[in-house]
Design a protein. Structure first.
Lengths: 219, 228
């Protein structure tokens, strides 16, 4: 119970910081809109299969950029102060949940602008929504853990990309397969295997973060 | 583990098993199958490399867990050298697979879930070494890379064990292609295949143990300022 209370206040703190600074959120939103616009003026007309791939690539890079700052945006002294107040598990849980909400908002915004400018060839909306939701959650969980690891090294930004891309590929392959099927007539029931695997990976990542983060935060 | 590294019985076993694999692997009668023909013997060299790689990466992860719970430097050394030996076996698996693919599928690299999985697995462990080099402090390096090693292994599991089963593969044994159980009617190949798996894995462990002992000696000399 104590853990949940701590997590709750930490998430509130994250939102408060975001609301006060705002430049991080706005920066990412502008990044997404600018990328979508680049896609629009360079492709003009996009085939459905390419549309699908480009969407995931935009979302992937937006996620890396949005989450890379998770552990470096506040200075070391303030992080130390949090560790005296809350359990490390509460800290990683709060970061993960906050990033999850951030990614879901980001994905929705991205999809909105992307479909306005480039088009929206999706046939099975439920399946596509499922893929986007699972993808946003998976990206945010994985990248939060990787950001925690990369923040311990000095060359954070480069390391973030090197460490996260190989790790995310299995998830990305399954997501692209699901969302590709949603461009045609298809049934959600045909993709229970992929969905179950993705959910299982996400549960494993939360569990691992819960177990491993206490070793990570101490310097 | 430390005592095991200095004992010699399993190294003799490695020599016997690998020699047996090479000799029997080329002499044993194999079923004549279209397309595969004599390249079927690659089963004794290519497939055990992947078995060995997975076993070594798994051991590396176990030693990372041990390092985090006990904090001993040796465990970190074991874990990094096991990953190194795993990468060596992975590269050998890739090379033996590619030249086999050239003769059977007609190309050095094809878009196949197992090939992509193998390439990504190697990328993950190469990233592990990049991460290690980013630290100057030895304890911090050991701790952070142990965390990454455990985390990366967990994401590797669906890549190697689940993803190839969800999709068709060009590999024998999946997607309607004849596999181990179908062509291996007289069990001849099994008698070579299982020793081959054990032999090549032990070979990887031997390489690991040499590198580990080299590291221990090097650390020892560095402490006494004998080596620059």
């Amino acid at each position: 119970m104590d853990l949940l209370r701590q997590t709750g206040s930490l998430i509130r703190k994250e939102f408060l910081i975001e609301w006060r600074q705002r430049y991080a959120l706005n920066g990412i939103l502008i990044y997404v809109v600018a990328t979508v616009f680049v896609v629009y003026i360079s492709f003009l007309k996009v085939e459905p299969a390419t549309w699908n791939l480009l969407f995931w690539i935009i979302l992937l890079f937006a996620a890396v950029n949005a989450i890379a700052k998770s552990f470096v945006q506040e200075n070391a002294g303030r992080m130390l102060y949090y560790y005296t107040l809350a359990a490390p598990q509460a800290i990683i849980l709060a970061k993960m949940l906050y990033n999850m909400i951030l990614m879901l908002v980001l994905a929705a915004t991205c999809l909105l602008f992307y479909s306005l400018l480039v088009g929206y060839p999706v046939v099975n909306h439920g399946l596509f929504g499922l893929a986007v939701a699972l993808g946003s959650i998976g990206f945010s969980l994985t990248f939060t853990m990787i950001a925690a690891i990369a923040s311990k090294a000095n060359s954070n930004a480069t390391l973030m990309a090197i460490l996260s891309f190989p790790v995310i590929i299995p998830m990305l392959l399954m997501l692209i397969r699901i969302s590709k099927a949603s461009l045609q007539e298809s049934a959600v029931a045909d993709f229970m295997d992929e969905t179950a695997t993705l959910v299982a990976i996400e549960v494993i990542i939360i569990t691992l973060a819960f177990l491993l983060f206490p070793y990570l935060w101490r310097d | 583990m430390k005592r095991l590294i200095h004992s010699s019985w399993w190294k003799l076993l490695t020599i016997v098993l690998v020699l047996y694999t090479v000799i029997a692997g080329f002499l044993v009668t194999v079923p004549a199958l279209p397309i595969l023909n004599e390249t079927i013997r690659n089963l004794f060299f290519h497939v055990p490399m992947w078995f060995g790689m997975t076993i070594l990466f798994c051991l590396s992860m176990i030693f990372s867990v041990r390092y985090l719970s006990k904090g001993r430097t040796e465990d970190d050394l074991f874990s990094v050298e096991l990953a190194n030996a795993g990468i060596l076996l992975g590269c050998l698996g890739l090379v033996t697979g590619m030249q086999w693919a050239y003769f059977t599928w007609g190309d050095w690299w094809v878009n196949d879930p197992k090939l992509n999985g193998a390439a990504i697995a190697l990328l993950i462990y190469l990233a592990y070494f990049v991460l290690r080099n980013a630290f100057e402090d030895i304890d911090k390096r050991a701790k952070v890379s142990a965390v990454y090693n455990i985390f990366a292994f967990a994401t590797l599991v669906p890549l190697i064990f689940i993803l190839p089963r969800l999709t068709d593969s060009l590999h024998p044994g999946s997607g309607g292609n004849p596999g181990f159980d179908i062509y291996d009617l007289d069990n001849n190949m099994r008698y070579v295949f299982y020793p081959a798996v054990i032999g090549w894995t032990l070979m990887g462990l031997w390489v690991m143990s040499l590198r580990y002992r080299y590291r221990i000696l090097r650390n020892h000399l560095l402490e006494q300022n004998i080596m620059p």
